[in-house]
Design a protein around this ligand. Sequence first.
Ligand SMILES: Cc1cc2nc3c(=O)[nH]c(=O)nc-3n(C[C@H](O)[C@H](O)[C@H](O)COP(=O)(O)OP(=O)(O)OC[C@H]3O[C@@H](n4cnc5c(N)ncnc54)[C@H](O)[C@@H]3O)c2cc1C
Length: 412
Amino acid sequence: MVSRRPSPVRVRLGDVLEHVVVSGGGIAGTALALALRTAGIAVTVVEARPADHGEGAVVRLNPNAMDALRAVHAHQPVIARSFPLVRTERINPDGSRMGYSLGADPSSQRGLPRVMHWPVLASVLREQALERGAVFRHGSRVVDAEVGAKTALSLADGSRVGGDVLVGADGANSMVRGKIDPDGPEPERLGTRTVYGYASEPGCEPPPPEVMRSYVGAKAFFAATRDSHSGGCFWFTSLRAPVPRGEDQPQDPDALRAEMGELFAGDATIAPTVIGNSERVLSFDDHALPSVPRWHTDRAIIIGDALHVAPPASEQGAAMALEDGVQLARCLRDHPTPAAALAAFERMRRDRVEAVVAAGRMGTSRAHHRPLARRLRTLSTKTKRHFTWQRTPPMGGGWAYDHHIDWPESTA
Ligand SMILES: Cc1cc2nc3c(=O)[nH]c(=O)nc-3n(C[C@H](O)[C@H](O)[C@H](O)COP(=O)(O)OP(=O)(O)OC[C@H]3O[C@@H](n4cnc5c(N)ncnc54)[C@H](O)[C@@H]3O)c2cc1C
C-alpha cells in the first residue's frame, strides 16, 4: 500500500521554535529527530558513539512500537528488515511443548510484534532521519548542558550546540536528567541481568522464524528464534545478578560465551551448540526507573530511558522510546511555547510510561521467584496451559499494545 507522508504544515503562534538540540542518538533521540523533521522543525542530535558502532543484539518491536513508526511513515523500512513474531512456545526439558502464546491479538488489527537486529533498527531510523534533514554529530560526547532560559549542549571537543529546546535522550545514566533535577532518582538495579546472543551459523536447526522458543533448562531458560533475513539465531536468557557489572566494564564475548556454555552445558536442547557458535554475546544488568518527579524545565526535557527505564521483561524499552519521540514532536509542533509543549507531553505520557515500567518490574520479579515458589508456579502454569491455553492461547500485549498515535490530530 502506498501511503502519504503526514503533512508538516502547522502554524504556531507565540515563541518561535526553530531548532531542537538532542543529547543522545539512540532509539529515542533518533525517533524524535525523524518526527521533528516530519513536523518541519530543525534538529541536531549529538551522539557519543560513532555511526557504525554495530553494538547491540536483538530487539522486539511490539505493535505499539510499529504504530509509532507508522504515525511518521517510518515503518516500511523497519518491516523490510525485521520479521513478525507469531507465537512464543515453552519447551519442557524432555522436548515436549508446555504451551504457547500468540504474539498479539489477531483481532486487534494492530499487527504482530516484529523482531530485528538492534543495530539495524538504529541505522534504519537514522537513515530516514537523515533523509528528512536531521543533523547528526556522531563521535561527540556531551559534557555539560544548560537547561534554563538558554539551552545548549557543551561537547568534549570544546564546541557548543544551542537550540530553542534541549532534549536529553541520553539513556539510563542520563547527564541531562541530573541537570533538570539534581535531587531526582537514579535507576535501581533489579538484581537480574539479561544476556543476548547471536550466531550467524548456529550449527543446528534453530526454531523457525516467527516462533520464539523458550527451552526450560536445569538452571535457566534459553529463548531462541531464527532471523529470517540472515538465517542466524537470536537468543537471550535472564539470570540473577547479585554483583553489579561496572558501568564502563567492556563486554567480553569470550568470557560470556564460556560462562553461558557452562550454565547450559547439561541441557539436551539447542542451547549449548548455539552458544558455542555465537559471535555476539552481550550482558546487561536490568534496571528500573519507575517515576521521575521532574520531567522538564521550561525549555529542556528528558525522554526514553533517561526518563523511564523499563526492565527487559516489559519488552517495551524501544517502543516507549519511539512513542516518546513521536509524541514530543507532536507537542512541539502544536503548542505556542516550549513550556506549554513540554507540560503537554508530560500530561500525555506520565501515566502510561509509569504503568509500563511497573508491569515490567512485576514480570521480572515473577520470572525470578525463589525456587519453591517457582516450582509451584510452573506446576500451576502447566496445569492451566494443559486445560485451557491449548484451546485458547493467551495473547501478548493487551493495553500496552493498543496505544495509537494520530499524527495529524492536534495535541493543543
Ligand atoms: C549500543 C546499544 C545497544 C543496545 N542493544 C539493545 C538490544 O540489543 N536489545 C534491546 O532490547 N535493547 C538494546 N538497547 C537498549 C535500548 O535501545 C533502550 O533500552 C531503549 O530503546 C531506549 O532507548 P534510548 O534511546 O532512550 O536509550 P539508549 O538506547 O540507551 O540511547 C542513549 C544514547 O545516548 C548516547 N549518550 C549517552 N550519554 C551521552 C553523552 N554524554 N553524549 C552523547 N551521547 C550520549 C548513548 O551513546 C546512546 O546511544 C541498546 C542500547 C544501546 C545504546
